[in-house]
Design a protein around this ligand. Structure first.
Ligand code: BG6
Length: 474
């Protein structure tokens, strides 16, 4: 009973949200570097009319990602703290533009490659297994300006070159990899994932198709370099409920659920476009540019495991129901759930349902690559942070994970809570939306010492890991 031996407890991050050093050692600009911080960020980046400069404009905007929390220079100190908590794995991404500054360069930037050598070796020195996301919202900006983002097929080749370079360099020492972070956000025209603005629905699906091919090619390359590599896909999962038992509402929920939660996983795990998607394209007159061997590549090089982020569930209701927003989602308000300060509904049971649903559908190992509570922490003048609310959130989610393992028989291999060290929020660019076990002294305006402090949750999580999830400290 309980979590398996060798369960990968750890934490998750993304290069653009915590490395800083955005223009150091030959790094080129990425889409994250020109994405302004602030509460209006999502509207600015994702609205259908989104018009914002593809340049840095310091007069008008702030860019918290530029400095991040300076992990680039402080990685040794931070990794030592992860090791103290007992991390078995650390999920990080590689910034494509550190390796290929423009994305279409012919040769990689050695300074970028050398940097990740140092970070990976430091993790391994502490017995922490890196999990690498190849692309986490960090497409090089040049690929947007010159090629129009992921709707352009040429990006497949550029990604292949980038993936080859990092797999060749690190593939013998890193086992766990993921291709695209939250790939299904591309369905919603997320600038972060497909690097496109004002895209049509057809362009969104084309961009995704190109990413499916790119992802499969990366899997193929990985296995050629090291057959022991485990390659995973990664998407957001939101457990979906129908607001009422009216069959019309349930039908609406089933349709929303399969496009949001299944479409990308169906292709990346099962290796083919599902019939409901083909029918959807037919109905909508969507014609994708699919080359002859694309489907063969997708079929042949499927992933070894499925990873997903889970923050909230979603309620599907009639159009006039009261709405709540969340992580790329908009659903009806669930009267049974509380919300975070940012309005994301908290639903630990939904995580168990997610795990059993995904395992029953796909039967491959599952990796929870993100979960956590974004909250305002208020340190005392001595930087004591009693984040009981975070402990409570994580404890309740881990309890449900355990049920998924013990009752539903799910093969769960890893849990990496998001932002294990405070970092810049993706949706708002704020520092004040904190997820970490480690507090970073930095505010939304960029002021602070950048010193690190352990929160109460630090020791709590350390005990959770030490007991392989048995002591949740209640
Ligand atoms: C996920 C992303 O959507 O949620 C992360 O993969 C992101 O990059 C995380 O940071 C939490 O979202 P936010 O907006 O609170 O930072």
């Amino acid at each position: 009973m309980g979590f398996k031996k060798g369960f990968l407890w750890g934490g998750a991050t993304a290069a653009n949200q915590f490395e800083g050093a955005y223009d150091i050692d030959g790094k080129g600009l990425t889409i994250a570097d020109i994405s302004p911080g602030g509460k209006q960020r999502m509207q600015l980046l994702f609205s259908e009319e989104a018009e914002f400069p593809l340049e840095i404009d310091h007069e008008k905007y702030i860019y918290p990602n530029h400095k991040g929390i300076d992990f680039y220079h402080r990685y040794k100190e931070d990794i030592a703290m992860f090791a103290e908590m007992g991390f078995k794995t650390f999920r990080m991404s590689i910034s494509w533009a550190r390796i290929f500054p423009n994305g279409d360069d012919k040769t990689p930037n050695e300074a970028g490659l050398a940097h990740y050598d140092q970070v990976i070796d430091e993790l391994l020195k502490h017995g922490i297994e890196p999990t690498i996301t190849i692309s986490h919202y960090e497409t090089p900006l040049h690929l947007v300006k010159e090629y129009g983002g992921w709707k352009n097929r040429e990006l497949i080749g550029f990604f292949e070159t980038y993936a080859s370079a990092i797999l060749e360099r690190y593939g013998k020492k890193v086992t766990y990899w993921m291709t695209f972070n939250e790939i299904n956000t591309g369905l919603m025209g997320s600038f972060f994932s497909t690097a496109m603005r004002q895209a049509t629905e057809e362009e969104n699906f084309q961009a995704l198709h190109n990413q499916f091919v790119a992802s499969s090619l990366a899997t193929k390359i990985a296995k050629e370099i090291n057959p022991d590599i485990k390659m995973g896909c990664m998407s957001i999962y939101a457990t979906m409920y129908a607001m009422d038992s009216n069959p019309v509402t349930v039908e609406k929920k089933v349709e929303a659920n399969r496009m949001f939660n299944y479409f990308c996983n169906d292709i990346q795990v099962r290796g083919e476009y599902p019939s409901y998607a083909k029918k959807y394209f037919e109905r909508k007159g969507i014609e994708l540019d699919i080359h002859d061997d694309d489907l063969e590549v997708i079929k042949k090089h499927t992933v070894d495991y499925l990873s997903f982020s889970y923050y909230m569930s979603s309620v599907i209701a009639s159009d006039d129901a009261e709405k709540v927003t969340g992580n790329f989602l908009m659903g009806a308000k669930n009267p049974f759930l509380e919300s975070s300060e940012w309005g994301w509904e908290i639903d630990p049971i939904g995580l168990r349902l997610a795990l059993s649903d995904l395992y029953e559908r796909y039967g491959v190992p599952l990796y929870i690559s993100e979960n956590g509570l974004g909250a305002t922490d208020t340190p005392t003048d001595k930087f004591v942070i009693n984040d009981d609310y975070r402990i409570d959130y994580l404890r309740r989610h881990i309890e449900e994970m355990k049920k998924a393992v013990d009752i539903d028989g799910v093969d769960l291999i890893a849990y990496t809570p998001w932002g294990c060290i405070d970092l810049v929020s993706a949706s708002t660019g704020e520092m004040s939306k904190r997820y970490g076990f480690i507090y970073v002294d930095l505010d939304d305006d960029g002021a602070g010492t950048l010193d690190r402090y352990k929160k109460k949750s630090f020791d709590w999580y350390k005990e959770v890991i030490a007991t392989n999830g048995e002591d949740l400290g209640d």
